[in-house]
Ligand binder design. Structure first.
Ligand SMILES: C[S@@+](CC[C@H](N)C(=O)[O-])C[C@H]1O[C@@H](n2cnc3c(N)ncnc32)[C@H](O)[C@@H]1O
Length: 378
């Protein structure tokens, strides 16, 4: 499935502990966020998966409950080792938990438990990022306040774990090389996205779905959008085994990738379909924004440091490196989403995306003997 004029997406309501509908070695990238063990909002769900979990919590045995909850997640990680292609990636957003159970307050380190399991399964752990969720939560300090020694450090980060199955992916065929070149990100995006600290706002669900607000724990669109653009190429297949509100599917669509999403709770169907209907406009805005940000970067760079050396073939604007010369982005033209199991997305080339307020006037042009002159009268 390497055609990128259309992409295909499948949303299934099933239990991701068994991925019977997904073929071996068929997934290029997993981007997901599971229910977090030992975070109270997920107790009921975990207890429904294994009644011993509820009993452990009831008997104040936090460490045992933590282990049993993670063993339920392990079943999905085991399946991922089967369905992910050799050289494919797995990105997992997870938070640790702090909790007082009975008389004991302690940290439950989900990120290290998951890292241990995935490494055991043969995935190679790669450098991770910390997601600092901007939050307005009051009273975030826990414990004895100003008096030593019974206060606890506040957890203000979640983890973005990154694993790879096998070694580095190679792009040998001309068609694969082309897909990769078209999927390049901007130099200035690379500097920000590949930093180990991400500062992204959390998400609030719309009032319309108030009954689901306490249970969705959605991540912001930007999180899977970045990961998909960092670890896959156009036409790849992205998989989220804990789909929730559909954010990973939406990010895959915006990135011209195919996707499969699996969610346990059928109540999410309406939220996902509503999200799909609104996606064209918001995703296209994000795509346009990337181009506008790039033009702003170019203007700033040219004003302070001189001309950029290379020219992008698709848009005609300058770029920092040769790797960005074939970078291409398309807008979503149409989403055919009658059947969640068969969503088809059509794309259109970008036309006239640059507002007239962005002006690369002639004074910015500098002719250098070894630099191509680039006209930016867009
Ligand atoms: C942290 S939320 C994911 C939120 C999602 N990233 C989003 O942006 O909306 C975890 C999701 O996993 C689902 N889930 C939990 N156990 C599952 C299972 N065994 N199979 C499939 N989905 C499951 C929950 O219903 C919940 O929607």
């Amino acid at each position: 499935m390497q055609q990128t004029d259309i992409t295909r997406h499948r949303v299934e309501f099933a239990d991701s502990r068994r991925l019977g509908t997904i073929e071996d070695d068929s997934i290029d990238l997993v981007v997901t966020s599971p229910p977090y063990p030992m975070i109270e909002m997920w107790d009921e769900l975990f207890a429904s998966l294994n009644c011993e979990i509820g009993e452990s919590l009831h008997h104040c045995d936090g460490p045992h409950a933590f282990e049993l909850m993670n063993r339920e997640l392990d079943k999905t990680w085991i399946e991922l080792a089967r369905v992910v292609k050799e050289h494919g990636f797995v990105c997992i957003n997870i938070g640790d938990a702090t909790r007082k159970i009975g008389a004991h307050f302690q940290l439950y380190s989900n990120h290290s438990r998951i890292t241990t399991k995935c490494t055991e399964l043969g995935f190679q752990p790669l450098p991770i990022a910390l997601w600092k969720k901007s939050t307005n939560a009051p009273n975030k300090f826990m414990g004895s306040g100003m008096l030593p020694a019974g206060a606890y450090i506040t957890l203000e980060h979640e983890y973005l774990l990154v694993f790879r199955k096998g070694g580095k992916r190679e792009f040998k065929l001309p068609a694969d090389k082309r897909r990769r070149n078209r999927s390049a990100i901007f130099w200035e995006e690379r500097n920000k996205w590949f930093s180990d600290s991400w500062d992204l706002k959390g998400v609030r669900q719309a009032m319309k779905h108030d009954n689901m607000r306490n249970r969705n724990a959605a991540y912001p669109f930007e999180l899977p959008y970045r990961l998909i653009n960092m670890y896959s190429v156009k036409g790849d297949t992205i998989f989220d085994p804990f789909l929730g509100t559909g954010t990973s599917t939406f990010a895959a669509i915006a990135s011209e990738r195919n996707s499969i999403g699996i969610e346990y709770d059928k109540n999410f169907l309406e939220i996902i379909m509503d999200g799909l209907h609104a996606l064209g406009e918001s995703a296209n805005c994000r795509i346009t924004q990337r181009l506008e940000d790039h033009i702003a970067f170019c203007k700033n760079y040219q004003a302070n440091k001189g001309p950029l050396k290379y020219k992008n073939e698709c848009f005609g604007f300058p770029v920092m490196t040769r790797q960005e010369t074939m970078l291409d982005m398309k807008h979503i033209a149409k989403i055919v989403s009658g059947d969640p199991a068969n969503i088809i997305v059509e794309y259109a080339p970008l036309t006239c995306v640059f507002p007239s307020s962005i002006d690369f006037s002639c004074e910015q042009r500098v002719q250098h003997a070894d630099h191509e002159q680039i006209s930016l009268q867009i």
